[in-house]
Each structure stands twice: as C-alpha cells, then as structure tokens.
Design a protein around this ligand. Structure first.
Ligand SMILES: O=C(O)c1ccccc1N[C@@H]1O[C@H](COP(=O)(O)O)[C@@H](O)[C@H]1O
Length: 211
C-alpha cells in the first residue's frame, strides 16, 4: 500500500518520515495554504532525503507553465491536481510531463463524484478522493463519508484522503480497499509541522493490517 504524508515543510521531517517507511511525500504548491512551500524549499527537502520516495507536488488551478517549472526545479516525480482541473487540462499536462505521475484529486460531495472519478481515470495515472469543504480546498481534517465509497472498487489506482489519522486508519481500511492513503493534518502538531510519533504509529498500524 502506498502511504503519502502530505504538507511537508521541513527537511529533517521529510527525511525522518521517508526513513520511517512512508512511500510518498507531498509538498503544497498552493500559495493560500498554511503548508505552502516554494520550489526552492521543496528542492532543499528533496536533496536532504536519504531514501527513495515519491515526491508529489500538490497544485490547485495552476497553469501548465508554472507546474512544469516547479516539477523541474524541485525534482518532483508526481503532481496532484487538487482544484477544478478539467480532463482537457490533464490531457494537455500529460503532453508536457510524459514521465511524471498525474494524480487527479476529487472532493467527494455526493455519490456522483465517484462517476466523475471514472471519467478521469483514462486520462490520469491515479485518482485521489478527498472530503468536500465549501471554502477550503484541502488539508481540512474532514473525514469522507466512507459509506459513500463502500461499493467503490475501481480497477484504477486511487488514494483515500480526508481526515485520516492513526486512530481511524484501521476502521477506514477495514471498510475500503484503496491502493494508497494520504494524510496531512491527522499527523501534525500544527499546519506544516508533522508529528513524527503520529506518523510512526500510523505506519505501524498499516503494516499490522498488511502482514
Ligand atoms: O494541505 C493543504 O493545505 C492543501 C491545500 C490545498 C489543496 C490540498 C491540500 N492538502 C490535501 O488535502 C488532503 C487531505 O488532508 P487532511 O488529511 O484532511 O488534512 C490531502 O490529499 C492533501 O494533499
């Protein structure tokens, strides 16, 4: 199972989380977020890594030129599109970034969002389902209504996100079978400052379930 810890802002925490066994680190390239980091900051976190992990930049309604520049400057391996990017936008971005994983995030408001996920699946590598909040794009700590997803068994890879914590992860994974999980506020002391004890506990619980 892929485990992405998102909203990394500090080189020592990024390296520690990768060493604990997370498979991906997420970096918020959305200027309005309290977890926002510049491409230079991401690069310094990435250059400090002692183990290999996926390096995912999170964008929301950015233009293609800016995304490509940040991918290049920060040495990212994947982009997560967390705004209202269209299928056409994803297709265009694919042409500019043929070797970079494209993850489309959808904020699940109603069961219709799951049909939307199916329509994106042929145009991106991976889907990500997050909780809906009327004002905020992500990192809200709001838990998805997992019941909505009970019959969601797609053939494509997908991350479960939204309000996951070390306390609720086992309940989520007993009900759902995502190929990856994504956590931000559930493993931090305050926005951008990760709690390494919580990350370690999370990884321990996920390993317990997968053994
Ligand atoms: O974390 C943010 O600040 C953020 C800002 C803008 C778009 C996405 C953001 N984070 C994403 O939110 C989800 C879930 O976060 P949480 O675990 O509920 O706190 C995750 O996919 C982050 O990548």
């Amino acid at each position: 199972m892929r485990v992405k810890i998102c909203g990394i802002t500090k080189p020592d925490q990024g390296n520690a989380i990768a060493k604990l066994g997370a498979t991906a680190l997420g970096f918020i390239s959305v200027p309005s977020s309290p977890r926002y980091v510049t491409s230079a900051q991401i690069r310094s976190i990435v250059e400090n890594l002692q183990v290999s992990v996926d390096r995912i930049g999170v964008f929301a309604n950015s233009n293609i030129e800016d995304i490509c520049q940040i991918v290049d400057e920060a040495n990212l391996s994947a982009v997560q599109l967390h705004g209202s990017e269209s299928i056409e936008f994803c297709t265009q971005l694919r042409q500019f970034l043929p070797k970079i994983e494209i993850i489309k995030a959808l904020r699940v408001k109603t069961p219709e969002s799951l049909k939307e996920a199916d329509t994106y699946a042929s145009y991106v590598d991976t889907l990500l389902l997050d909780a809906y909040h009327p004002q905020q794009l992500g990192g809200t700590g709001i838990t998805l209504d997992w019941k909505t997803l009970e019959k969601f068994h797609p053939r494509y890879p997908w991350f479960l996100a939204g309000g996951l914590t070390p306390s609720n992860i086992l309940d989520a994974l007993k009900l759902l079978q995502p190929t990856g999980i994504d956590l931000s506020s559930g493993v931090e002391r305050y926005p951008g400052d990760k709690d390494l004890d919580k990350v370690a506990l999370l990884l321990e619980r996920v390993r317990f379930l997968n053994q």
